[in-house]
Design a binder for this molecule. Sequence first.
Ligand SMILES: *[C@@H]1O[C@H](CO)[C@@H](O)[C@H](O)[C@H]1NC(C)=O
Ligand SMILES: *[C@@H]1O[C@H](CO)[C@@H](O)[C@H](O)[C@H]1NC(C)=O
Ligand SMILES: *[C@@H]1O[C@H](CO)[C@@H](O)[C@H](O)[C@H]1NC(C)=O
Ligand SMILES: *[C@@H]1O[C@H](CO)[C@@H](O)[C@H](O)[C@H]1NC(C)=O
Ligand SMILES: *[C@@H]1O[C@H](CO)[C@@H](O)[C@H](O)[C@H]1NC(C)=O
Ligand SMILES: *[C@@H]1O[C@H](CO)[C@@H](O)[C@H](O)[C@H]1NC(C)=O
Ligand SMILES: *[C@@H]1O[C@H](CO)[C@@H](O)[C@H](O)[C@H]1NC(C)=O
Ligand SMILES: *[C@@H]1O[C@H](CO)[C@@H](O)[C@H](O)[C@H]1NC(C)=O
Length: 731
Amino acid sequence: MLLPFTLILFTLQFTTSMNTGKPGCLTKCGEVTVPYPFGIQKGCSIDDSFELTCDTTSNPRKLFLNTSQNIEIYSINISGSDMKVSNSVAYNCYNKSGDIATDEDFTQIQYNLQNTPFTFSQKNKFTVIGCDDFAIIEGKSRVNFSGSCVGICSKKSDVRNGECSGIGCCQTPIPKGVKSYVAGVSSFNNRTDVKSFNPCSIAFLGDTESFRFRGAPDLFINYTDVVRRNSVVPMVIDWEIGGNGGCAQATECKGNSFCNDTGMGGYNCICNQGYEGNPYLDPGCIDINECLDKQKYPCYGDCINTEGSYGCTCKPGYTGNGTIPDNCRLNVISGGSKFPAKVFSLALVFGSLAILSGITGIFLAIRKRKLIKLRKTFFEKNGGLFLQQKLNAPEATYAVTLFTTEELQKATDNYSEELIVGRGGYGLVYKGILPDKRVVAIKKSILVDGTQAEQFIHEVSIITQVIHRNVVKLLGCCLEEKVPVLVYEFISNNTLFYHLHHRSGGMSWLSWENRLRVAAEAASALAYLHSQATMPIIHRDVKSANILLDENYTAKISDFGASRLVPLDHDQVTTLVQGTLGYLDPEYFHTSQLTDKSDVYSFGMVLAELITGKKTISADRTNHEKHLATYFVKSMKENRLLQILEPQLLREGTLEQLQTVAELVKRCLNLLGEDRPTMREVAMELEGLRKFTTHPWFPQQTPEKSRSLTLEVEQYDLYDVSLIPYSSNEY
Ligand SMILES: *[C@@H]1O[C@H](CO)[C@@H](O)[C@H](O)[C@H]1NC(C)=O
Ligand SMILES: *[C@@H]1O[C@H](CO)[C@@H](O)[C@H](O)[C@H]1NC(C)=O
Ligand SMILES: *[C@@H]1O[C@H](CO)[C@@H](O)[C@H](O)[C@H]1NC(C)=O
Ligand SMILES: *[C@@H]1O[C@H](CO)[C@@H](O)[C@H](O)[C@H]1NC(C)=O
Ligand SMILES: *[C@@H]1O[C@H](CO)[C@@H](O)[C@H](O)[C@H]1NC(C)=O
Ligand SMILES: *[C@@H]1O[C@H](CO)[C@@H](O)[C@H](O)[C@H]1NC(C)=O
Ligand SMILES: *[C@@H]1O[C@H](CO)[C@@H](O)[C@H](O)[C@H]1NC(C)=O
Ligand SMILES: *[C@@H]1O[C@H](CO)[C@@H](O)[C@H](O)[C@H]1NC(C)=O
């Protein structure tokens, strides 16, 4: 009884799989179709790395990637060169009594696709769901990268369905070509205030298309639910053929297909337009008969399929466009005209040429006028008139250069990709050379919306007045573009963050003495900003990535994109919380009340980074020590300070000095702003310590010359504004 049934099934499989797998190869595993170049038997795939594992013990059968990790494949898409697979989530759940619901630690997950033809697709985003949570992802593509996300809310009604915007849900993209990653999630406050409606922290890398934030129901997911869903989500993985050489090595693309370089060493075959099928198998892609699919290829007249395309004409005796409904009209021009046909067509050609060039001329003129008008609009929208007014005012004491679009285009070779020296969430920084040969950094940001224009101009004018050895000079701006473009002096030696965390081996200039000097310089600049007579400036985004180093390794504070001016009669202002995770003052975070002590906290984090050599947030440390602040303070309390300091410093500094700086860090990280020292006190203390270390009888060591003046493109922010803005209208 069973036999005929299975037979039919098999014939069906083989006939429909004409163009799916190699002859004689199985192309189904359970519900999933396995097209060539993949295979589930020996010799059926393009090479060993495309051989998949079909688990025959489960019902229905399940398909897995051949890796040590359990990655189940849900579907494979040949034309998209990708597939959908399962991916584990990192989570941490609390039960009603406030205990962690499981003994095992699931707060961290890691995946490694190194040495496989697979990479994590950019169709995924790193997502965190929770109301008291932050999550980090660190991984490797061509460069190392890390990203973080914060989910906050204080009550259920804050969250909006379908909107993943930092309130209860946060998403961040990953770079191209990621082969491995570690992700971890942890909560700020042990869910103390939120566990009634949000028992779990959840973070995952997942397919953006499959995920839509449902609001409260997603926050209400508890431990039982997570386990019931096997704690997996769909994710997209890209695949490529060949290890290196891209299309140059391609031998596999069959008829009517082309080779597409992935840019990561390998390639994919793609059917030409108008063709479909499997481009990796003979005979290759076949012509689509468009006339059979009126839905996708509409035709209201006569449809004729051609190779790679199709024609659609009106029925004989009618003219018009057959692909548009009711466009075909009865021919009225019937019978010949008296004009000799040749003369007629010649006149027609010349006539239309003349008209055409006329139209083109008019068109170009209109376009130019439009462009000028557009620039004027931008100039006004960006607050240009307001700035001009300020500059022309009799009491104006400063100069801001207003650059034109052309000048900056010329300086950056039309914003050439090759001149990009910094890239951050909020814009790009280009290296440029002005006609007078000055080298400048040009920041094309996207920070201003129309309503902020005045504020922006106000800040531009204030910051151009800030003249301090350790503050990056703003030279001018260009307001004729859609977003204001800022022009800074060019600082050649990268950021402190880079030197602390990315320099690759070798001798370093980061001696104890130099670290103290850089810290003292940065502190004095911040103290200067805070003490501005007319209006104190709060930087708001102090971090090691915003401390640049020039050719003499002198520190320069950069990026005032987030800064706020505090009118003298207020000692605090209420703002949207903004800053960078890892440096953000927890008090400011909870109250939205910005004071100069927030900068002190962030600077304390920079100091901690300087003496430990550790990042402010790291997935490598255990759950409660992910944040360097906690880790640092805890280590000091437990008398383990010496174990967490950069070993080099133990050799170079005295115990007393190191302890003094550590105490200073601790005071800066005080949870209550008023208990922190002022920036001036910090600067003076550091300066005092420095005097103590500079031995005049030792020749000053000249800093090691930088390897190269061309900066590498970095993942973190150079001259850039905050990484994660989020509003917290509840606090
Ligand atoms: C799995 O992949 C490895 C390396 O790519 C290969 O050596 C091995 O034969 C594969 N195993 C199976 C069952 O395909
Ligand atoms: C496969 O990928 C192509 C190209 O990205 C896309 O248009 C198509 O919808 C995908 N097919 C499926 C079934 O997802
Ligand atoms: C919460 O979890 C802890 C530890 O797993 C357990 O001892 C306790 O009974 C649980 N409480 C409730 C209310 O489930
Ligand atoms: C990436 O980080 C690892 C350590 O986690 C380091 O060994 C490697 O050199 C780094 N690669 C780059 C390109 O910075
Ligand atoms: C969170 O809980 C851990 C251990 O359960 C504890 O060590 C830590 O101090 C708590 N943190 C906060 C902010 O309550
Ligand atoms: C988890 O949530 C489900 C509903 O989503 C509920 O039925 C179940 O009782 C909850 N489990 C616990 C332990 O609270
Ligand atoms: C070709 O590859 C690039 C990545 O290198 C990708 O962005 C693009 O979509 C691919 N083209 C097609 C037609 O799939
Ligand atoms: C007919 O209309 C379609 C859709 O509007 C357009 O793409 C096509 O170019 C038109 N064909 C001709 C011959 O004008």
